[in-house]
Design a protein around this ligand. Structure first.
Ligand SMILES: CC(C)(COP(=O)(O)OP(=O)(O)OC[C@H]1O[C@@H](n2cnc3c(N)ncnc32)[C@H](O)[C@@H]1OP(=O)(O)O)[C@@H](O)C(=O)NCCC(=O)NCCS
Length: 135
């Protein structure tokens, strides 16, 4: 498996079929994209992807493979994502998260994100919480 296939397979393990492989490839080809990932041994264990536009970053997805959760990998990866976006000039980072995704919300709040608004029924089955962190 090449690195792209491994990344897509991890994305699917974390999010089901939220992105097609074409969407992932388009995102990776975009010059505004920021990708960070972590291997455990030979296995791709976690990734985070987002963008920087001028001085604003947005985190689209962060995921740790189910086999490697609860070891602080997402926490460390999120810090690396912030570092990389800061290097590209970002001063602030935004994200949206399902209101019922308690694990992700706790991860983000511990990393210093604050809730700025709620988009009611943004997902077919859930509200979205918009969060923001000064970088
Ligand atoms: C959310 C997710 C990325 C966390 O990955 P992880 O590597 O297990 O997270 P970490 O071990 O780095 O945990 C960091 C913090 O997140 C929070 N957290 C992680 N898993 C949690 C859980 N199951 N319940 C509650 N809080 C949790 C905790 O605050 C934790 O800090 P602590 O270890 O001091 O308690 C992972 O569960 C995942 O991939 N979920 C599916 C994809 C997803 O929903 N992504 C987020 C939306 S884009």
């Amino acid at each position: 498996m090449d690195v792209f296939d491994e990344l897509y397979s991890l994305e699917t393990a974390c999010f089901g079929n939220s992105w097609t492989s074409e969407m992932l490839r388009t995102e990776l080809d975009c010059p505004l994209s920021v990708l960070v990932y972590e291997f455990v041994g030979e296995k791709l264990a976690a990734f985070a992807i987002g963008r920087v536009v001028v001085d604003e970053a947005e985190l689209f997805q962060i995921g740790t493979h189910p086999d490697f959760r609860g070891r602080g990998i997402a926490k460390a990866l999120l810090e690396r994502f912030h570092e990389k976006t800061r290097e590209r000039g970002a001063l602030v980072c935004f994200l949206e998260v399902r209101s019922r995704n308690a694990a992700a919300i706790e991860l983000y709040e511990k990393a210093g994100y604050e809730r700025v608004s709620v988009r009611k029924d943004y997902y077919p089955d859930d509200d979205a919480i918009i969060m923001r962190k000064e970088l």
